[in-house]
Design a protein around this ligand. Sequence first.
Ligand code: PAF
Length: 315
Amino acid sequence: MRDILSHRVAIVGPGALGCLLAASLGRIGVEIRVLDHDSQRAGLLRHSGLTLEQGERLEHFPIQATADPLRIGPVDLVLLCVKSPALGRALLSLRPLLTKSTLLLAWQNGIGHLPVLQEADLPCSVALAVTSLGANLVGPGRVRFGGEGATRFGFLRITQEEAKPALQETAALFRRAGFEVRVAEDIQAQVWNKLLVNVGINALTAIHGCENGALLDNPEALRLMRAAVLEAAEVALAQGIAVAPDPVARTIAVCRATAANISSMLQDVRQARQTEIEGINGAVLEEARRLGIPAPVNAKLFAAVRGMEQSYPPG
Ligand code: PAF
């Protein structure tokens, strides 16, 4: 068997998480190819590399980056790190990276990406990565580690038996890079349990313009967090999802572990980008409506973030 470090690995989307993964894997000797839809930024990354800020420590890594998927060609592993609103476009452009033996690992928040991945007619096996890691993009190719968090991998679809050992090897690779990773049989439950955390953190940090930890010092935000998470947990339970005990306490624990992090949704709002609200509070709202469960707090958070998106300056 080939040493996993020699596997061809591509990261699609050099946002906060993509840069964190590229730097962490680069540190243990994995050669990463980055695919970016933005050719100007890809040029900048090729030229200046990646910088990882962790506490006082600054590390620098050279990186291969391109906007042309044909320059990368087929790889063993794709880490798909674009946000869910950009997923459709990314799935079209990354086709040259895929063969039937490629493993594609998708790292989106929420649940909006699941039907998109299922309906994309990809030639390869697809797994989901569910993570509570914090990562903060400070500038192009410059990422600040935003806090520890568990990561779980699990299959959405398997096209080849070889994908099973490949996913285990990928988990081992990430552990070697310092992440807390396990392959989970119940990935659907993991996705929902992480969704409950994002339901309680992301919109509120965007609305209050604060770091994750600051929500815990704001009694009104804390009240809405509890209510939103409990509404979402009720929706999950009604669908037979194995909700892990005390989702509110888990959300608070993630806020503490990533206290200084700017959530991905607040990063999006600050950059006037479309957020993942549709796949987070929006998805809960849609399921709640379908099941006839009231979800007024999720409706309120959804409307507030939608309103922020609609008031972005034109262009
Ligand atoms: O979306 C995010 O920012 C992250 O999922 C998390 C765990 C909330 C940390 O900020």
